[in-house]
Design a protein around this ligand. Structure first.
Ligand SMILES: Nc1ncnc2c1ncn2[C@@H]1O[C@H](COP(=O)(O)OP(=O)(O)OP(=O)(O)O)[C@@H](O)[C@H]1O
Length: 482
């Protein structure tokens, strides 16, 4: 362990020559030595200095060492207290130790090496106790911050903690958000959470699914039209841009939008202005944009499905939704949530899953992600009688052949448990630019939190994984304290 330096030691004795020789014995760069010729003088120093260790004689005329240490124990409980005693005073000393007033003692005449070792050990102990307390407080706070539900999301996995933090940070700002991730991972839910947590939440969140609307109708859907703009336009109609004024416009599957319309959207984002189909009038609105795609945006740009300039306009904050199979125990948590929901909806009684059904839910790859899991639980509730959902029901619904692999307990330290790509807040497929660079301190904290979780809060093991010493890890965690 490192040598402790810069510490204050207070020596108390009514005999000046003892104080002098104690001071000489302890003189080093490590300590600042203070001396007091009695209890009252010692208390005065304690009131003005932050003293780490007090070494006091036992028999002093104005105040005994026991009395002084009792006051120090009461007023400065973190100060290490050491008593100097004669060999004949053992009974009084044991009494003081039992009452918790002293950490250790030295017999007179003392041995200088022993004195230094006693003080060094006392200080090391004090440091360890302080570190342990700090660490406990940090872990408590860390667990408090760990959320198993967030807005309409269910799931406490590390991968989702990153998403929750990112949404927390993005929501209050005006910045556009680009959400990526496979189908059914909750991109729309993320858009909804961003809107709900934003100052715009009292206005509309308007969702447009660019894949679901024929391209010839899309412009009118977004910008609205005037009567007679095209055959069938029998009335003036507001588009999403007008409805989302003061709120949020969510463009889902942006990669499916016609390229010519993407150019108009880009102009709309840049200027906040647009024209309804068939109208020459320019209208201005205040809209925040959130977009999503389950394509890789860079590949979509290469395939000329997504305009590069539009992507960079929208990709101010990037959120990458993890596949369900990358979310530790979330599949089971989500399955239980939907089991409750659909039991109630279908008026049936289900209390849970068989052990093997639970294992199956945790092991299955979920290519359709949360949507697939949600649908599976709904059909399981409809098709079976309860009160437990069996593995056979799930296998049947999933068209799976029996395989023992599906029922094996999952290894907690598997790649699924920790995203090994160093994923930290807003680290994603997004092309790096200044806005999605994460401060180094956050990346470091994220890595530490992952390691602690994987190691069940065992700091020594976590330090091993992180390839730092446990004391380095303790120090870093302490720094998180406000
Ligand atoms: N973490 C979650 N907890 C509970 N339900 C979730 C979660 N994530 C998604 N869902 C549910 O899964 C379904 C699919 O979610 P959503 O539509 O947001 O996914 P998506 O990524 O936008 O899908 P797509 O790419 O196909 O549009 C919805 O019913 C949603 O409520």
């Amino acid at each position: 362990m490192d040598k402790i330096t810069g510490l204050n030691i207070l020596l108390v004795d009514d005999e000046p020559h003892i104080l002098r020789s104690l001071s000489r014995a302890l003189r080093s760069d490590q300590y600042h030595i203070h001396t007091a010729e009695g209890g009252p003088a010692a208390l005065e120093i304690l009131a003005n200095e932050s003293i780490d260790v007090v070494v006091t004689d036992k028999n002093m005329p104005e105040m005994t060492g026991n009395e002084l240490l009792a006051i120090i124990a009461e007023q400065y409980p973190d100060t290490i207290r050491i008593m100097l005693t004669a060999f004949t005073e053992q009974a009084a000393l044991i009494d003081a130790i039992n009452q918790g007033k002293v950490w250790g003692y030295m017999q007179k005449p003392w041995d200088n090496d022993n004195l230094r070792i006693t003080i060094e050990q006392a200080l090391q102990t004090k440091m360890l106790i302080a570190e342990r307390n700090m660490l406990r407080a940090s872990l408590k706070r860390y667990k408090r911050e760990h959320r198993s539900q967030f807005q309409r999301f269910i799931g406490g996995s590390l991968a989702m903690q990153v998403v929750y933090k990112c949404i927390d940070k993005a929501a209050p700002s005006r910045a556009n958000v680009f959400i990526t991730g496979p189908s059914g991972t909750g991109k729309e839910l993320a858009a909804e959470a961003i809107h709900n947590l934003s100052p715009r939440h009292n206005n509309e969140l308007v969702c447009i699914n660019c894949a679901a609307i024929p391209s010839e109708l899309m412009e009118s859907e977004i910008f609205g039209h005037i009567k007679g703009a095209f055959s069938g336009a029998t009335n003036n109609r507001d588009g999403a841009a007008t409805l989302a004024d003061g709120g949020t416009l969510f463009l889902d599957e942006i990669g499916e939008m016609d390229m010519a319309l993407q150019a108009k959207i880009l102009r709309f984002i840049q200027t906040g202005t647009f024209q309804r189909v068939g109208s020459g009038k320019v209208e201005k609105v205040d809209v925040r944009f959130v977009c999503a795609t389950n394509r890789n945006p860079l590949e979509a740009i290469e395939q000329q499905l997504l305009r590069e300039d539009l992507f960079y306009r929208l990709n101010v904050i990037a959120i990458d939704m993890p596949a369900l199979s990358d979310r530790d125990e979330d599949p089971l948590q989500i399955a239980l949530f939907y089991l409750n929901k659909f039991s109630e909806m279908e008026n049936k009684l289900f209390v849970g899953f068989s052990k093997r059904a639970e294992q199956l839910i945790l092991n299955y790859a979920w290519p359709g992600n949360v949507r697939q899991l949600e649908n599976l639980i709904h059909s399981a509730v409809v098709m079976s009688d309860g009160p437990m959902v069996s593995e056979e029901t799930l296998m049947q619904q999933l068209h799976l052949k029996p395989s023992e692999e599906l029922f094996k307990p999952k290894d907690k330290s598997s790649a699924n448990a920790i995203p090994t790509n160093g994923a930290a807040p807003s680290m994603s497929t997004a092309t790096p630019d200044a806005s999605n660079i994460v401060p180094l301190s956050e990346v470091e904290r994220f890595a530490i939190e992952q390691a602690l979780l994987v190691c069940d809060d065992n700091v020594v093991k976590a330090a091993g994984l992180l390839e730092v010493s446990p004391s380095t890890l303790y120090r870093k965690i302490q720094k998180w304290e406000p």
